[in-house]
Design a protein around this ligand. Structure first.
Ligand code: SF4
Length: 78
């Protein structure tokens, strides 16, 4: 892919399921309150990160292109 992504977790939405950490342990970590944090706010694009965002049961993870801010996940509504 070659893109850089900006990753955010909405901690008001995250329910601490830990699924993102299971999908992408290099991308996310849980804090002591079981809230997910991206390990890096900006990172290389990767399938595991996308799988983590897609797999979050409450869609707490947003990925945008670091360069232009266009949404990667969730995809922009048509
Ligand atoms: S998968 Fe979603 S709800 Fe679960 S810990 Fe990660 S961000 Fe939070």
């Amino acid at each position: 892919m070659g893109d850089r992504w900006h990753v955010e977790v909405d901690r008001g939405v995250c329910i601490g399921s830990g699924m993102c950490v299971n999908h992408a342990p290099d991308g996310f970590r849980l804090d002591t309150a079981r809230q997910s944090h991206p390990r890096e706010a900006e990172t290389d694009a990767g399938e595991l990160l996308l799988a983590a965002a897609e797999g979050c049961p409450v869609e707490a993870i947003q990925i945008t292109l670091a360069a232009g801010g266009e949404p990667v996940f969730p995809p922009e509504e048509e």
